[in-house]
Structure formats: structure tokens, C-alpha cells
Design a protein around this ligand. Structure first.
Ligand code: 5RP
Length: 234
């Protein structure tokens, strides 16, 4: 298999070619999107483009600034196009995201964008979502009670712990993450809304029905899939 890192860079480069001068661009989080942001910065400098980036995390904000992309917020701008990575994508183009604990702002920005493009290497494609646990951002005060509720609905929640930091991961919003496995996810949209209805939950990592286009790395190629159910393609 072609190096996964190379697939990530290739899809990142491919996505930069879709960005047009004057656009406001949602900047996703994660290692794949980092390639997109860096190559977009390069294009902006070389072609003197007027682009505003709307970061989905401190990671994307810092990288955008490093590579000279002007940034703004969702409060100031409407977003033309958002480009983001994912941890899993199924055949309906539903996603699990939040491996980097940034899914709350990612969902806000990706779903607010007129067009949402997901960029992934081929290891992220699955028949059915659920191999990857669903990241659920909760307010710290809700830890015990939300864990119990998730267990009652047949989930297996685990508090995400820090690496090079003692104790739990604290999100960009100051919260905890419960990585929650479910035996089967038969209806992602329904589970997404059930999880968000639990008091104490801020947002979960299921992104159902919002992808317009998926750019997927392949061994010797890149595959592009369009979501026919989305308004911009129908
Ligand atoms: C961050 C995310 C990332 O987009 C997702 O985890 C994929 O990351 P990577 O490109 O590093 O595999 O949802 O919250």
C-alpha cells in the first residue's frame, strides 16, 4: 500500500485546487487537514489570493497563521467551503470525527459551510461506522451521569486520557471527551441525535448527511465521490 502519509498529502493538495480566489474557507483539524492548510498557504502566497480561513481548533489556527493565511471567525463571515478530515466514512458518506477532540467546532463550521469536502486516506473507508469509538464532548460536571446514560443505551464510554499530560484530555472548549464504542451503529443520524439529547453532552463525533464531496486517497490514485443527496449536486 502506498504510504498513508503520502495519501494524506495528496488529498490535501487536491483539495487546495478547489479553492477559489475570494473565498472564505473552513480549516479542519488533524494530520490530513494540516497538509491542506500548508499547501493552501503556499498557493495564497504564490498566486496572491485573497482567502480568509476559519479555523476549527487551536491546531488549525496556529498552522494557518504560520503559513500566512488570514483568519476570522464564524461570527464575522459566512463560509463558502470547508475542508476537513475524518476518522471513518461509510458508503453513505456519513462520518465519525473527533479523533483530535475538535469535533464540536468542526461540526459547527463544516455544517455552516455552503460546501463541505472531506479528505481522507483509504484506511478511513468502512462498510459501517463504529470500528472507531464515537468521541463525545461533555462538560466535566456531567462525567458520572453521562457515562451511566451511555452505558444504559449499550455504549462503552471511556474517558480520553492525555499524552504528555496527566489526567484527562481537556478540549479547546475546556471539556472532557468520552470515547464511546457501540456494538453496532445501524442508523448514524438517529444515534447522532440521541447522543446530543443527553444533558451534559455538548457534541458528538457522528457527522451524518453533511458531506458534499469526499476526496479519498488510493494506492496509485485519488477517488472523488459526490453526495447526490446534497442540494448542490441535485
Ligand atoms: C479532529 C478530527 C480529524 O479530522 C480526524 O481525527 C482525522 O484526523 P487525521 O487526518 O489526523 O487522521 O476529527 O477532531
Amino acid at each position: 500500500m502506498i504510504d498513508k502519509e503520502l495519501q494524506k498529502e495528496n488529498v490535501g493538495i487536491k483539495a487546495t485546487k478547489l479553492i477559489k480566489d475570494g473565498q472564505v474557507v473552513g480549516l479542519g483539524t488533524g494530520s490530513t487537514t494540516q497538509y491542506f492548510i500548508k499547501h493552501l498557504g503556499k498557493r495564497i502566497q504564490e498566486e496572491e489570493l485573497d482567502i480568509i480561513g476559519i479555523p476549527t481548533s487551536y491546531q488549525s489556527l496556529i498552522t494557518a497563521k504560520d503559513v500566512g493565511i488570514k483568519t476570522g471567525t464564524l461570527d464575522e463571515y459566512d463560509i463558502d467551503i470547508a475542508v476537513d478530515g475524518a476518522d471513518e466514512i461509510d458508503s453513505n458518506m456519513d462520518l465519525i470525527k473527533g479523533g483530535g477532540a475538535a469535533h464540536t467546532l468542526e461540526k459547527l463550521i463544516d455544517s455552516a459551510a455552503k460546501e463541505f469536502i472531506v479528505i481522507i486516506d483509504e484506511s478511513k473507508s468502512v462498510e459501517k461506522l463504529g470500528r472507531f469509538p464515537v468521541p463525545i464532548e461533555i462538560i466535566p460536571e456531567a462525567l458520572r451521569i453521562v457515562k451511566k446514560t451511555l452505558t444504559d443505551i449499550n455504549g462503552f464510554p471511556e474517558l480520553r486520557m492525555g499524552i504528555n499530560k496527566d489526567g484527562p484530555v481537556i478540549t479547546d472548549n475546556g471539556n472532557f471527551i468520552l470515547d464511546t464504542k457501540f456494538e453496532e451503529i445501524n442508523n448514524p443520524k438517529e444515534l447522532e441525535s440521541i447522543l446530543n439529547s443527553i444533558p451534559g453532552v455538548l457534541e458528538n463525533g457522528i457527522f451524518a448527511g453533511i458531506v458534499d464531496q469526499a476526496i479519498i486517497g488510493q494506492e496509485n490514485d485519488i477517488k472523488t465521490k459526490y453526495n447526490e443527496n446534497r442540494e448542490i449536486y441535485s
